[in-house]
Design a protein around this ligand. Structure first.
Ligand code: NAD
Length: 480
């Protein structure tokens, strides 16, 4: 361990920025704390405007070379990055779990393999990107996907490396260079990614990683004149600030934001499946943007549904996320825990009833909570809690179910449990959501468009939609 390295379970992580192919320290640092036990993991470089400027300059300098690199070579290097991720899955998994408290078993078997897949998928998709030439009065139209330039990617802490690489991979595939700023509550795996990318042969300056607190470094990144794209995943207030910062230069934005998604359970549903889907919403201690936190259940089955839900939810094991048998780990930060508890206390004061939970536990854990007797216009139904807190409301008719489902300012996802295919299609068509799941949840294909409506986001990423965003599309018209 050196001055600029910290060690997590034997894995050394460089705590400095990665700019232009070199490690760069900052005069200031911030302490990275593990949510598992509140222990300090080490001091991380705390970047500001100077580091932002240096990283964008490095990305700008590397851009012409990377943009001119043949597609096949870019794809080859991205596959080499995926190889590097696969070789280090165990290390990435334990570092991420220690840093953000999410389950080790899901990092090992789901998340980190998906990180590698992000690189493989966009490398392969790049090679399929094409558009047939077409004619206009004898003239030929040729559409090309030109790399847009240096791209700033800003990501949250709830699934740090997965969400970062969901942006890094298509941006690099498109021929853009990148400045990645991970969240200050989970800075570590982005630093490991910089090592892996360098080992895979990604040229210096093509991927830069800067660390620091949101606005302190973020404003300088999002207002920078040399930045051609900004892709952000995080909360609505931060998105509004980033949009304002980018506005004078009209820098194109992709925004993947919060949600308050519904799970609609109809009386004709397989109730065991519906209960499984509902209990799944506690995954990652409720820190999932897509979580269907509003359970909307048809009156006639509400009692039976609740009975089975409570039976299953109370058997979830809460504890150390490194333990293979744990189902729910800690929440990320004491501030987040306070926020969650504040939502619940205000809901209870307003007349809600806690069927289960409703309180914090020792350490940074919050009891899985189900609240009933909540009003549609109440804060707990309208606002994203981002913790293991679900509400349950009932409905009498399909129309009422749709009206309740659509009645928030969000529109990220919606899940339906029903045994009637025609109903599924009819209801699904009326829901305002970027993704609708019918009798399933969290099934994601990277070629599908992903994003949210209303305050859940602007734009879509995934497959060709990612390249639409990261490229400047050009039509060249040639006379006969
Ligand atoms: P956040 O908005 O507080 O922070 C996200 C990132 O933005 C962090 O890296 C932070 O440092 C940075 N940031 C903060 N202020 C900034 C500024 N002024 N300029 C530039 N960057 C700035 O969000 P969070 O609490 O880290 O994440 C939770 C939120 O993210 C929830 O609302 C959740 O729903 C949402 N989310 C959405 C998706 C999706 O795909 N739609 C996925 C995961 C999380």
């Amino acid at each position: 361990m050196t001055e600029h390295t910290l060690t997590v379970a034997g894995v050394a992580v460089d705590t400095r920025h990665w700019i232009g192919g070199e490690r760069v320290a900052s005069a200031d640092t911030f302490t990275d704390v593990s949510p598992i036990d509140g222990s300090a993991l080490g001091e991380i470089a705390r970047g500001g405007p100077a580091e932002a400027a240096a990283a964008v300059a490095a990305a700008k300098a590397a851009f012409p070379g990377w943009a001119a690199t043949p597609r096949a070579e870019r794809a080859r290097i991205l596959h080499a990055v995926a190889d590097g991720v696969e070789k280090r899955i165990e290390e990435l998994a334990i570092v991420e779990t220690t840093d953000n408290g999410a389950l080790l078993r899901s990092h090992r078997r789901g998340v980190m393999p998906r990180v590698a897949h992000n690189f493989r998928f966009f490398a392969d998709w790049l090679l399929t990107l094409d558009h047939d030439d077409f004619a206009t009065r004898g003239h030929t139209n040729h559409v090309s996907w030109d790399p847009a330039g240096p791209s700033v990617l800003i990501t949250p802490w709830n699934a740090p490396l997965m969400l970062a690489t969901w942006k890094v991979a298509p941006a690099l595939a498109a021929g853009n260079t990148v400045v990645l700023k991970p969240a200050e509550w989970s800075p570590l795996t982005a630093s490991l990614l910089a090592d892996i990318a360098a080992e895979a042969g990604l040229p210096a300056g093509v991927l830069n990683v800067v660390q620091g607190y949101g606005a302190e470094i973020g404003d300088a990144l999002t207002s920078h004149p040399d930045v051609r794209r900004i892709s952000f995943t995080g909360s609505v207030p931060t998105a509004q600030r980033i949009a304002a910062s980018a506005a004078p230069r009209l820098t194109p934005l992709s925004l993947e934001l919060g949600g308050k998604s519904p799970l609609l359970v109809f009386a004709d549903a397989d109730l065991d499946l519906a209960v499984d889907l509902a209990v799944e919403q506690y995954d990652n201690a409720g820190q999932v943007c897509l979580a269907a936190t509003r359970l909307l259940v048809e009156e006639s089955v509400a009692e039976e549904f609740t009975r089975r839900f409570v039976d299953k939810a109370t058997r979830l094991r809460q504890g150390d996320p490194r333990d293979e048998t744990t189902d729910i780990g800690p929440n990320i930060h004491p501030r987040q825990l306070e926020k969650i508890d504040g939502f619940v206390r205000r809901a209870l004061a307003a007349g809600a009833r806690a069927v289960i939970g409703g309180h914090p536990k020792d350490g940074q854990y919050y009891a899985p909570t189900l609240l009933t007797e909540v009003a549609q216009d109440s804060e707990i139904v309208q606002e994203e809690v981002f913790g293991p807190v679900l509400t349950l409301q009932t409905f009498a008719t399909e129309d009422e179910a749709v009206a309740l489902a659509n009645d928030t300012r969000f529109g990220l996802a919606a899940t339906l449990a029903t045994g009637d295919r025609e109903r599924a299609e009819r209801v699904g068509a009326q829901l305002v959501a970027g993704t609708v799941w019918i009798n399933c949840f969290f099934v994601r294909d990277l070629q599908a468009p992903f994003g949210g409506s209303r305050h859940s986001g602007v734009g879509r990423e995934g497959g060709t939609w990612s390249f639409d965003f990261y490229c400047d599309l050009k039509n060249t018209v040639t006379a006969p």
